[in-house]
Design a protein around this ligand. Structure first.
Ligand code: RFL
Ligand code: PHB
Length: 394
């Protein structure tokens, strides 16, 4: 088989890239190791920045998002038992975020891909990438007991943190920066009305909690838990009891509990691989970088990578210019490090670090107190949360 761009991974990065390339008349094949149902079953991100919303519109798949997504102009920060609202909309001169699940974004992209009759190879085994340091890169995979090969002009590594693309780069060609946090997030999805109409980020002496949502009838909650905890050991009752203990009195009264539809523990990590281009192979999304989910930046960063990568390929084919592909890595990394910084900082501010002792909590309280009572402090959080402008600092 021959294509122009072989995309590895049918997560949001790969699917969005495929859709933007299709709109520009560029041929792409997606190779995914899991089934479509498995990809849709992963419950992940919930908050989209305007840059991401605009890109989904550009890809022509924004219709359901605008109908069903919830526009949020602020969120609450709860510490020392009291809630304070960060009025993002006012503090950023009118910017908002959209609460619309990654599952729904993925579904919309999959539907569009299917409707356009584009090729996605699901359940591809032993995927491998070759010759990306030449002008004839190739992708190999196994399916139904046979080995297949795709010849292409470019490989897009959209295969997430544990993918094959970054792992295939020779030692010494890539620098990796990593921080692993000493806790995880235990997440529960439930068919219950959210405790509040906006998100609540909670700093409690018992650990961080987050009250999020997917719709007026579906809630998503998270608890900071030790990395050693096993999800099987957390009954629904134990989850709701612990969440209650981390909330304020108002939240406890309003919290509606119910059976969990999904329950999982995710580790927290900051990670960046530099550069993001290796000859004719490009990394995008979680394949190149991971943020702890506290700042809600992972999917949004993936979307900006894809914006720059699709633009670079379009420029290459339409204008025979390599300017976009040559500057891809540098452009992405600028934005990535800013989001890495914010996500690390927000994680450090909101989570409980027993190793820091009582002074750690006191210092967090003082910083939170500054943020919610200072226009400057609150604006700094708000402008990072809604997403820094694409041309920031240029
Ligand atoms: P994905 O989604 O991991 O998709 C990669 C795809 O590649 C496939 N794959 C392979 N395919 C072929 N061959 C191989 N060898 C392969 N190896 C892997 C995988 O099966 C998969 O289908 O990466 P992508 O597309 O870059 O998307 C990134 C996002 O999924 C991620 O950044 C976000 O989910 C992060 N995130 C959040 N981001 C936000 O912007 N806002 C949020 O509110 C937010 N909340 C979250 C999050 C992530 C979380 N977890 C579980 C880590 C909340 C959580 C709890
Ligand atoms: C979510 O709804 O899954 C979510 C929202 C905000 C975050 C992280 C996750 O910061």
């Amino acid at each position: 088989m021959r294509t122009q761009v072989a995309i590895i991974g049918a997560g949001p990065s790969g699917l969005l890239l495929g859709q933007l390339l299709h709109k520009a008349g560029i041929d792409a094949v997606i190779v995914e190791r899991q089934s479509g149902d498995y990809v849709l079953g992963r419950i992940r991100a919930g908050v989209l920045e305007q840059v991401c919303i605009d890109l989904l519109d550009e890809a022509g798949i924004g219709q359901r998002m605008h109908q069903e997504g919830l526009v949020h102009g602020g969120f609450d920060m709860l510490f020392k038992g009291e809630r304070h609202r960060i009025d993002m909309n006012r503090l950023t001169g009118g910017k908002n975020v959209m609460v619309y699940g990654q599952t729904e974004v993925t579904r919309d992209l999959m539907d569009a891909r299917q409707a356009a009759g584009l090729t996605t190879i699901y359940e591809a085994g032993k995927v491998s990438v070759h010759g990306f340091d030449t002008n004839k890169p190739r992708v190999r995979y196994e399916k139904d007991g046979q080995t297949h090969e795709i010849e292409c002009d470019f490989i897009a590594g959209c295969d997430g943190f544990h993918g094959v693309c970054r792992a295939s780069v020779p030692d010494g060609a890539v620098s990796e920066y990593e921080k692993i946090y000493p806790f995880g997030w235990l997440g529960v999805l439930s068919e219950t009305p959210p405790v509040h109409h906006e998100l609540i980020y909670v700093n409690s002496t018992r650990g961080f909690a987050l009250c999020s949502q997917r719709s007026a009838t579906r809630s998503r909650y998270y608890l900071q838990v030790p990395l050693t905890d096993k999800v099987e050991a957390w009954s629904d009752d134990a989850f709701w009891n612990e969440l209650r203990l981390r909330l304020d009195a108002g939240g406890r009264d309003k919290l509606v509990t119910g059976p969990s539809i999904e329950k999982s523990i995710a580790p927290l990590r900051s990670f960046v691989a530099e550069p993001m281009r290796f000859g004719r192979m490009f990394l995008a999304g979680d394949a190149a970088h991971i943020v702890p989910p506290t700042g809600a930046k992972g999917l949004n960063l993936a979307a900006t990578d894809v914006k720059y990568l699709s633009g670079a390929f379009i420029e290459f084919y339409a204008e025979k210019s390599e300017a976009g592909i040559d500057t891809y890595s540098e452009r992405c990394l600028k934005r990535i490090w800013r989001a890495e910084r914010f996500s690390w900082w927000f994680t450090s501010l909101m989570h409980h670090f027993p190793e820091n002792g009582p002074i750690g909590q006191k210092l967090q309280d003082a910083e939170l107190d500054y943020i919610v009572h200072s226009e400057t402090g609150a604006r700094s959080v708000a402008e990072n949360y809604v997403g820094l402008p694409l041309d920031f600092g240029t």
